[in-house]
Design a protein around this ligand. Structure first.
Ligand code: LLP
Length: 418
């Protein structure tokens, strides 16, 4: 459930604010997030695990705006980070470093040092080499680094191949057959403290079966490690729960949590989760304006002022996002391609889509844009990245200004004379 709805005027609103009001004040393209939706999604997800000791670590990569992190931190969220930049954001937003887990296949020494200095909950170690490197960094700092080993359970998550991460062929985690040895080695290292076990098999998962398969394997490993004399305090089951973009029917957070909780038995394990998309995906839309319409051959094009640099998912994954006129939709419809100004044929938001008639000047909203929307925006074609707005009841806050033209090359320079 989200708080984007058609108001009494038939136009699209976020909570108690007409989206047209935001576009008039801030311009387009602009990402708009709904605080009530973020709050609801976090609470529903968190409540799904109420029966067990747990920590929900929001995956910062999905949408890392400070205001979004702030809203979630105030609700008690922990955070899953994948870089020193994300750690700095969490801290700047008031997040608690003691609730941070640090994932990723390639972490620099500087990033590991920053994480240990901040006192994070756990580093999710993804290779034998990283384990040795972390031990050395922690040794230099005179501390012990809390770790989980991210194991690669080799299960097929049945999602887009670019976002499947738990197959043997993928770069993520430590192979199943090496996991026990890695833990044995971790137990020997003076500056490593084993605290958990971690997996993440992929994103936009639409069924629980692959997760259940992964958790069963993980639990078997926890039992083996316990017998080996290690104490595994938490099991991190990653993120990945899918959302409805179009007609997908992923399990509810409750169904998902219950399926996994059922496998834990009476083991004294705290469950850590790393949801991103399910928290923020349907809590955001992207506003854009139609610049013009044109017809080439047999195709009608709606050219908008946002492009693949602003919202990459359709170009990169052929992802389907709902597109709606912001004003009350006209009765007449037309089958169109909605495209951006970027010089690539892949720069489209929809192809052969039947939409209510759109004319130059109309505002459109791209739905389900909160996750991996602004977060993947770039300056390609020297385009300024969009503004971001957070709606809160009947008011809204600009939580990121649109970039200025001067920002585009402020950190560049021409060659010295002569
Ligand atoms: N934990 C780890 C270690 C991850 O790699 C990810 C996502 C998550 C948690 C959060 O997954 P989520 O709950 O959001 O599914 N750009 C792609 C998605 C990339 C996901 C990368 N990892 C997209 O737009 O679909």
């Amino acid at each position: 459930m989200n708080h984007f709805h058609r108001g009494p005027d038939g136009a699209l609103w976020a909570e108690d604010v007409p989206l047209a009001r935001i576009a008039a004040a801030v311009g387009t393209p602009t990402y708009v997030y709904s605080r009530a939706t973020l709050t609801r999604h976090f609470r529903v997800f968190d409540a799904a695990w109420a029966g067990v000791d747990h920590l929900v670590c929001y995956a910062v990569k999905a949408c890392s705006n400070l205001a979004v992190l702030d809203v979630l931190a105030r609700l008690g969220a922990g955070f899953d980070i994948v870089s020193g930049g994300e750690l700095a954001r969490v801290i700047a937003a008031g997040g608690d470093p003691a609730k941070v887990v640090f994932s990723g296949v390639g972490k620099t020494e500087a990033e590991l040092e920053a994480a240990l200095t901040a006192g994070i909950l756990c580093v999710n170690v993804e290779s034998a080499a990283e384990l040795e490197q972390l031990d050395a960094v922690a040794g230099r700092m005179g501390v012990r680094a809390p770790i989980s080993v991210r194991v690669n359970p080799d299960v097929d998550p049945k999602t887009h191949p670019y976002i499947a991460t738990g197959l043997k062929r993928n770069k993520f985690g430590i192979g199943w057959s090496e996991a026990r040895d890695t833990y044995r080695r971790a137990g020997e290292l003076a500056h490593i403290e084993v605290v958990g076990l971690d997996f993440h098999i992929g994103s936009q998962l639409k069924e629980t079966a692959p997760l259940v398969e992964a958790i069963d394997k993980a639990i078997e490993l926890v039992d083996t490690l316990t017998a080996d004399g290690l104490t595994i305090h938490h099991l991190d089951v990653g993120g990945g729960l899918g959302i409805t973009y179009r007609e997908e029917a992923p399990p509810s957070p409750d169904e998902y949590a219950q399926k996994l909780i059922a496998r834990l038995g009476d083991r004294p394990l705290r469950v850590v989760t790393e949801p991103g998309r399910v928290i923020v995906g349907n809590a955001g839309v992207m506003l854009m304006r139609c610049l013009l319409t044109k017809r080439n051959g047999d195709t009608d094009f709606v050219v908008v002022d946002a492009g693949m640099n602003d919202a990459l998912r359709p170009a990169l994954y052929d992802a389907w996002h709902g597109l709606e006129p912001v004003a009350a939709p006209r009765a007449a419809t037309r089958t169109v391609d909605v495209v951006g100004p970027v010089c690539e044929t892949g720069d489209f938001f929809a192809r052969d889509r039947e939409l209510p008639e759109v004319v130059a000047g109309d505002l459109l909203a791209m739905r389900s844009a909160g996750a991996y929307g602004f977060a993947m925006a770039s300056n390609y074609n020297s385009r300024r990245r969009p503004a971001e707005v957070l709606v809160d009841g009947d008011g809204f806050h600009v939580v990121r200004d649109r970039e200025e033209i001067a920002d585009l090359f402020a950190s560049e320079r021409v060659l010295p004379e002569p």
